[in-house]
Design a protein around this ligand. Sequence first.
Ligand SMILES: Nc1ncnc2c1ncn2[C@@H]1O[C@H](COP(=O)(O)OP(=O)(O)OP(=O)(O)O)[C@@H](O)[C@H]1O
Ligand SMILES: [Mg+2]
Ligand SMILES: [Zn+2]
Length: 452
Amino acid sequence: MAKKKTTFECQTCGSRYPKWQGRCPDCGGWNTMSEITLVSDKPASRTWTGSGTGEAVPLDSVDGGNEPRFTSTIKELDRALGGGIVEGSAVLVGGDPGIGKSTLLLQLLQGLGRNGLKTLYISGEESPRQIRMRADRLGGPPEKLLVQSEVDVERIIASLEKHSPAVAVIDSVQTLASAEISGSPGTVSQVRETTARLVSWSKAKGMPVFLVGHVTKDGAIAGPRVLEHMVDTVLYFEGDKGHPFRILRAVKNRFGSTNEVGVFEMSEGGLLQVDNPSALLLSERPQSAPGSAVVPCLEGTRTLLVEVQALVSPQAFATSQRTTYGAERSRVQILLALMDRRLDYAMVNHDVFVSVAGGMSLTEPAGDLGLMAAIASAYLDKPLPNDTVYFGEIGLAGEVRAVSRPDERVAEAAKLGFKRAVMAAGQAEKTPPPKGFELVGVKGLEELAEIL
Ligand SMILES: Nc1ncnc2c1ncn2[C@@H]1O[C@H](COP(=O)(O)OP(=O)(O)OP(=O)(O)O)[C@@H](O)[C@H]1O
Ligand SMILES: [Mg+2]
Ligand SMILES: [Zn+2]
């Protein structure tokens, strides 16, 4: 009998080496090598995964109209997908454990079922009974929803052939396996090859497929990056498990903008669509408390009002602490240095804690002004006015800079009953204020400190 051949495969990038190494020469990852047994792989990744005939045709003979789409029945999901489900598209949904990926996709199939479409939910993680229990909690399973516990990709494809559902969900790609591919389930080569087979099958048949992908500690979809290249759309389901707020963000979309986000609230009965996210985000805002400021941020084509909170206390240990949740630490450090130098606030010997409420994150530079207002308010122990929002980027010279789409930020604030916006001076002059709304322009930090 021939000796079994093995090789070492990096579980981050998928490179293979004849010998074990502590560090992958390709991607530089430490301790990422696993030994896998080689079988003669069918090279699925070299099979055609696009849609079309594979023949060269004159481009002007190609139909240039919009891709045929149909509604997912979930408005916020349609929005993240760029206007509905595209026929034959492969959508990868990634997110932290327990964030609600299975819930979202089961709700999707239930909604499609209510529209009379036949769907198939394949799970390698949960039993049909568990799925049934979840479906009951989400409002009962429709008749046309089939479930199957299966991890073998050949059997999954056979089942898809047999039932030809309108939409299928595979939960999750990390559980997929094939006897024809090297490595145990979950290894990079297995995830890559089995996903490639499913995607090329769904393209050939024009059947949309939703794939669940787990996320690693550093937030990438586990398995090789190449997974993101294989599919048409990559959605990340984000949020903080302690909070009900969830954002579905398109990070790649061959059929639409990647600027779109869907907003949900996790509840007992599943994910609810949120019509007014700003109101939900601000619902627990303390009134007249020092250290709280509201920032209108852009999320895709939307504006959300987000509350920033800061706590400043005399330094407790030998070095002062800077802790941030939802805001970039390095950004906060720059702002603190500026306040120290230019406003004579003694930030050096204070501990500073910054948190963005609702499990949201503030990644836009436009958040600078709000961050600074919250920190200054906490430091001075004086509450900011309840009816004011803050937005603007702060430069290293302490100048306040213009940011994109000020009119939309102001409009959202006005809609939620705010009466004032503090913003870059140049921009305040050019933006027409809504009725009964005041725009306060500031040129630099000193001016901001004055009005606080
Ligand atoms: N009985 C329940 N009542 C209310 N909420 C529940 C209940 N069971 C689960 N949940 C909510 O659903 C969430 C789990 O959702 P779901 O299983 O869809 O997540 P997931 O992203 O698929 O997780 P995993 O990565 O583990 O598969 C829980 O974190 C919880 O918020
Ligand atoms: Mg799940
Ligand atoms: Zn590697």
